[in-house]
Structure formats: structure tokens, C-alpha cells
Design a protein. Structure first.
Length: 303
């Protein structure tokens, strides 16, 4: 099944995330005592400066990560460690934390997907430095991103493991994250924070389904297939949009689209996409030209 990465923007998604935190932190890892309501959250979850990125498979929340932008109430990380002398006074700060994935779904693919989107979101908010007091067990993983250890691990009352203070200067982000940011800036013209990750041979679009969203391919390659005989009508890659025809025509999908490699595609929901095109006639014209060229190529492939 494809992995969906998105901002938890509804009460239902947030509630499911808080339950996942409880399952991971209290039951699977025993970091905190179990809570009577089976949820883990704190005061920062109530602030509008907090954003939670969630991983979803088959409509089930399987993990998440929280990004907090600085404000006059400070950051969650400030409650654990004094980072003040390590950061320029005029820096734009953020903190990351509550990184969790249910044990049965833990993989580098899910972890990287969450962290990539969190980095993209943080950088889009002009963040310079990210503070992260973390479980030492994930210190090595964060080090591969660009985080650096800035102190020794220390004990915190109420937590069964020590806390390791880490810090990221976004200029030290590793190439994989820089590339992801660059690709999004090039192709993700709606600044969407929702993406789908498909494995090779997974179906992205199925002919006959209702077309309620399109995708812009950030990474990977797909085949557009005739629904009757699976003839290849087009091969599309980075920067191409798939699924927009059904949105423009207000109709069902007319072809199958299958991943030929690992694919990362940002989601363009119908209403948001159409509103953007109505407000940006130059981009609307560009999309119509692209669609026209694709239709011409597809007609030629019918012979």
C-alpha cells in the first residue's frame, strides 16, 4: 500500500496520532507511564505554532513527528536543555520531537518520509536552526540528517531513558534532504505538504475511479497505460502532473498510471488545484499546453 504523508489538520487525525504516541512511547518502549485515556500530548499541542506530520497507510495513522515554530512561549526543547549560547540571537528557531512509528510499520522508508516532509515544512517557514532533545537510540539516525550532538545525555524525571541534546543548522542538511527541498521548490507550485510514496508496480491511478486529486511527480517515473490492453501511452517523470484530466473534465479516470520506480508525488486536491488555476491564469495556460501536448502524444500512440 502507498504511504501517505500529510499534516494532521483534523481533530480525528490528531486524536489518532496521540494514540499512536501512547502505543509507541508508553506500551512498546515504556518511556512514560501509561495514561488512563491512552493518549500522549502536552501543552505545545494546543499552540498554533505546532504542526504534526503524520504517516498514513490505508487510512490508518502509523506514525508522526511534531515541528514547533518559535514564539513568545518558547519551544518544547527549551524545557529540557539550554541551547541559547549555541545559536545566533537573530536565528529563526524551531524544535522537533515526538517522532514515533508503530513497531509493525518501522522501516527506513517510513522514517525518511516523515523526516523529509518535516524538513520541507520547517525550511518553508524560513527556519535556521532545529533543536531536538531526543532518545539517544535515534541519535545516529538524526546524525545522518545533519544534526549534531551538543551535550551529554542526561536524566529527566518521569522518563525512563536519558535525553540527548542535538542541534541542526539547516545549512548542514545532507544531500538527500537538500535534493528533496530543491525538487519541491521546482515542481510543487501549490506548496502542498501532502505526498504519497509508491513502490514499483503500485497503481497510482486506476481507470474508472473518480478523479478528486492530481499528483505532481517529485521523484521517480510512471507509465500511463491504456485500460483495455495495458498499452503504454506515456512515460512521465519529475515535474510532470498526472490525474489532472479527470479534474478538468469533472469525470472519472481514463487511464491507469503505474509506478515503474519508487515514486514520491505531491498531492494536488481538486478544489485547491482549480482555485489556484483560476487565480493564476499564466499557470492555467501552462497546464493546458502541457495537457494538450500529452493528449497529442496519447492520440498518436493509439495509431
Amino acid at each position: 500500500m502507498p504511504i501517505q504523508i500529510k499534516i494532521a489538520d483534523t481533530p480525528a487525525l490528531l486524536d489518532e496520532l496521540y494514540k499512536v504516541r501512547h502505543e509507541v512511547f508508553c506500551i512498546e518502549e515504556g518511556l512514560f507511564p501509561a495514561k488512563p485515556d491512552g493518549r500522549v500530548f502536552d501543552r505545545f499541542d494546543a499552540y498554533p505554532t505546532s504542526t504534526n506530520i503524520v504517516a498514513v497507510i490505508d487510512d490508518v495513522v502509523i506514525g508522526g513527528m511534531r515541528i514547533i515554530l518559535d514564539s513568545d512561549v518558547g519551544l518544547h526543547a527549551d524545557d529540557f536543555y539550554d541551547y541559547g549560547s549555541l545559536i545566533p540571537p537573530d536565528a529563526v528557531r524551531a524544535s522537533s520531537g515526538h517522532f514515533c512509528i508503530l513497531k509493525q510499520y518501522r522501516s527506513s522508508q517510513v522514517a525518511n518520509a516523515l523526516i523529509l516532509m518535516a524538513c520541507y515544512y520547517g525550511c518553508s517557514q524560513n527556519t535556521d536552526w532545529v533543536l531536538a532533545p531526543v532518545n539517544p537510540l535515534i541519535g545516529r539516525m538524526l546524525g545522518r540528517i545533519g544534526f549534531k550532538k551538543v551535550g551529554d545525555s542526561f536524566e529527566v524525571p518521569g522518563i525512563t531513558v536519558k535525553v540527548l541534546p542535538m542541534l541542526l543548522d539547516v545549512r548542514d542538511l545532507q544531500d538527500i534532504f537538500i535534493d528533496f527541498l530543491h525538487q519541491n521548490n521546482l515542481y510543487n507550485f501549490l506548496q502542498s505538504y501532502e505526498c504519497h510514496i509508491f513502490n514499483p508496480e503500485e497503481t497510482i491511478i486506476r481507470a474508472g475511479d473518480v478523479g478528486d486529486m492530481a499528483y505532481v511527480i517529485i521523484e521517480g517515473e510512471v507509465r500511463v497505460l491504456h485500460p483495455a490492453d495495458n498499452r503504454v501511452l506515456a512515460v512521465l517523470g519529475e515535474g510532470d502532473i498526472v490525474g489532472e484530466l479527470a479534474i478538468f473534465m469533472d469525470d472519472v479516470r481514463t487511464a491507469n498510471v503505474v509506478a515503474t520506480s519508487p515514486v514520491r508525488a505531491m498531492t494536488l486536491h481538486k478544489d485547491v488545484f482549480l482555485d489556484f488555476l483560476r487565480s493564476n491564469p499564466d499557470e492555467a495556460l501552462n497546464q493546458l499546453k502541457l495537457l494538450g501536448r500529452r493528449m497529442k502524444a496519447m492520440n498518436a500512440s493509439y495509431g
